[in-house]
Ligand binder design. Sequence first.
Ligand code: NCD
Length: 310
Amino acid sequence: MPNPFYDRDIVSIRDFTRNDLEYVFSATDKIRSLEASEKSELGKGRTLGYIFYEPSTRTRMSFEAAMASLGGSSIGISDLKSSSVEKGESLADTIRVIDLYSDIIVLRHPMDGSSRFAAELSKNPVINAGSGSEEHPTQALLDLYTILKEKGRIDGLSIAIVGDLKYGRTVYSLLYGLTNYKVNVHLVAPPLLQIRKESIYEVHSKLRIQEHSTLDEILPELDVIYVTRIQKERFPDLQEYEKVRGTYTIDTSTLAKAKPDVSVMHPLPRMDEISHSVDSTKNAVYFRQAGYGKELRAAVLALMLNEKPF
Ligand code: NCD
């Protein structure tokens, strides 16, 4: 199969077929098996340009670390106050300029549609690193890769997605990605944070989905519990946030009711939705998940920058 990612944008995981996903996962395995000296040829002399209009720790750092591991460099803006955005420069002009200075653009922005807009403007490929509450496609790629590595398969699993299903963009990208597999999905959220029906219109015909407001009754059948942070910053009214904060907490008593090998995942950052007592259990996958993120992003960058990287 020819490399489907060469010189291509990654705006939505909806654009990925199962073959595309498997291509990325085997490229990630390949990256993990390469010697540092071989890896560092794949991005030599190339530059990643990023701009983050919202906070980030893992996404930005893992892209930078990934680019460095390929022998490339990164330039970018994560403190908007030090950039011309502070003077009122538009997203369009900012993207046009980053496009001149780099080979790949990584963008995080609070508006839905921002990455699609940037991709239409720029000559070089754009990676969506989070667009409003719409999507975060590389997070979903690393989430699916994590499930595959931890469980040995994705087909046939029972997966609960818990927490802020209304505003959590990682939830939507994960659901779109999961439509390529045969899985049972349980959506668990309080009434105020239920999934946006209009955003999962096509998902319903491809996935077995059940909605719940509590986790307890389904715990014994779950293979994966994917926990999300309540997205405080997206609430139009903070009083509404106060009503739902702390709704779910996964702790060792939750694990006691689940399968012994249940995997607890989280895109991070976590607040109080996973107790620190879970960290030392074999079920805690979230930090390994963040680690896979660097390797998966290195694979994605290698595929975008080279027609035949391996
Ligand atoms: C997520 C995001 O930005 O959507 N973070 C991440 O990239 N791992 C999740 C979150 O902020 O809760």
